[in-house]
Design a protein around this ligand. Structure first.
Ligand SMILES: N=NNCCOCCOc1ccc(-c2cn(C[C@@H]3NC[C@@H](O)[C@H]3O)nn2)cc1
Length: 448
């Protein structure tokens, strides 16, 4: 048996996002988001599921925070719903929405839990989408206005900020693959969206500095891929590099180097698409940041195939055990991708999402999600390995606190440490909740 002891200042947390848990989609002055529109459109989400009610956390946040306190986390990552703050995206401020988040954050702080806030976790006000959304540079200014309101209202209470969650999902999954809102399927649109969100990120970081919140930290949260070549051929290795770069480098090179990665830039250029860079954009994007959040779930094994998507990179099923959403379980990818990111320097990293989709349900009041415990143990062991290598990995937030709306998969895919019965909103801590509670209480973990 091995004991993994974590640093005294290591942060233990969980993560959620506004559209996935809040519900109350027409309450408190909230405007519609692109995810309301996307989920209400038949065929986009499993069995017509949507976030109208979700886990009803808009009304039940005190119960949720009591469960967080029982779990023992010291950090909670959540996102603000922009449509609650400015219902039409860049017009009138909705004070009822601001008041809700003050009550929420105050309750977190009273429970001794550090708020870790994502400004944008995909729920763009629909009114902005109606005039082009992130394809329209005007949305950059709207985002900066939203960010300024949030910093002015909350910088004294919230010390950890992320501008954007998973820019690859916002740009490529949502605008090239068409799987998420708004559902476009065009490479140039994806590059436009990706570039504009980066410019918005840079302006928000500069504004954050100018408003000089004394001890605040700000960053961005890419979801990262780790792709291992199926063979040692140059073609397979290049296909894997494209897969890794499109999630991480395409966004982190502009932030840390002030330029797009040349190889992938040329790959897209040959496909007839280039980011719509204007004078000054790359300089504003490259505002220094304090941290990055890394969302990691699984690696892939890829090989070159000329008909395999926009990257000609085909994922191969190598027969590993999989979670119930079909993702292979291999924690070594987390170790490898964190080391890969060291090329940007020994930056402060938080694992802002990591978890397993295991669709267990209560049996006699118990949810014996042993597969999730095994997944978490394997991945937290890799977190310790990375720290042991001297890398500044400062915290781990399990995705997710509770079962919630898993986007196009709706409520059938469950990532929570807490089971939610969506018929009556009854929350049941799973066995993984108690296992994680013990790790947090001890600040060490033992291998089984
Ligand atoms: N790469 N795929 N291309 C092939 C075609 O796949 C189609 C589907 O693709 C994907 C890729 C990735 C995801 C995904 C989901 N989460 C979990 C959420 N993270 C943010 C938080 O809100 C969690 O709910 N992380 N990643 C979903 C679908």
């Amino acid at each position: 048996m091995t004991i993994f002891q974590f640093p005294n200042d290591f942060r233990w947390g969980t993560a959620t996002a506004s559209y996935q848990i809040e519900g109350a989609y027409q309450e408190g002055g909230r405007g519609l988001s692109i995810w309301d529109t996307f989920a209400h459109t038949p065929g986009n989400v499993y069995d017509g599921h949507n976030g109208n009610i979700a886990t009803d956390s808009y009304h039940r946040y005190e119960e949720d925070i009591a469960l967080m306190k029982e779990l023992g986390i010291d950090t909670y990552r959540f996102s603000i719903a922009w449509p609650r703050i400015i219902p039409d995206g860049d017009g009138e401020i909705n004070q009822e929405g601001i008041d809700f988040y003050h009550r929420f954050v105050d309750t977190l702080l009273a429970a001794g839990i550090e708020p870790f806030c994502t400004l944008y976790h995909w729920d763009l006000p629909q009114a902005l989408q109606d005039v082009g959304g992130w394809e329209n540079r005007r949305t950059i200014d709207a985002f900066v206005k939203y960010a300024e309101i949030m910093f002015r209202e909350f910088a004294s209470k919230i010390k950890f900020w992320l501008t954007f969650n998973e820019p690859w999902c916002i740009a490529f999954l949502s605008n090239l693959e068409g799987k998420h809102a708004p559902g476009n399927t065009d490479l140039q649109v994806a590059l436009n969206v990706g570039h504009h969100l980066l410019v918005a990120h840079g302006h928000a970081v500069k504004l954050f500095r100018d408003m000089s919140p004394a001890d605040g930290q700000i960053g961005i949260a890419p979801n990262v891929a780790w792709a291992v070549p199926y063979s040692k051929s140059a073609e397979d290795r290049a296909a894997c590099n494209r897969n890794i770069e499109v999630y991480a480098d395409w966004f982190l090179d502009p932030v840390y180097k002030g330029s797009y990665p040349e190889s992938l830039y040329n790959w897209f250029k040959e496909a007839g698409a280039t980011p719509p860079v204007q004078d000054g954009d790359m300089e504003i994007i490259a505002q220094p940041i304090d941290l990055i959040g890394i969302n990691y779930y699984h690696p892939t094994v890829n090989r070159y195939h000329p008909e395999a998507g926009y990257l000609h990179s085909e994922p191969i099923d190598m027969g590993l055990f999989k979670t119930d959403i079909g993702w292979p379980i291999d924690s070594t990818g987390l170790y490898d991708v964190i080391h890969y990111l060291q090329k940007y320097g020994n930056i402060d990293i938080y694992i802002t999402e990591n978890g397993a989709c295991i669709n267990d349900s209560p049996q006699n009041g118990i949810v014996d999600d042993s597969m999730r415990i095994s997944y978490l143990q394997q991945h937290i062991a890799q977190v310790h390995r990375v720290i042991n290598d001297g890398i500044h990995l400062k915290g781990y937030m399990a995705w997710s606190l509770m079962d919630n709306f898993e986007w196009a998969e709706g409520y059938r895919m469950r990532f929570g440490l807490i089971h939610v019965d969506f018929r009556n909103q009854v929350r049941t801590p799973k066995e993984s909740f108690y296992w994680y509670q013990n790790v947090i209480r001890n600040n060490w973990m033992e291998t089984r």
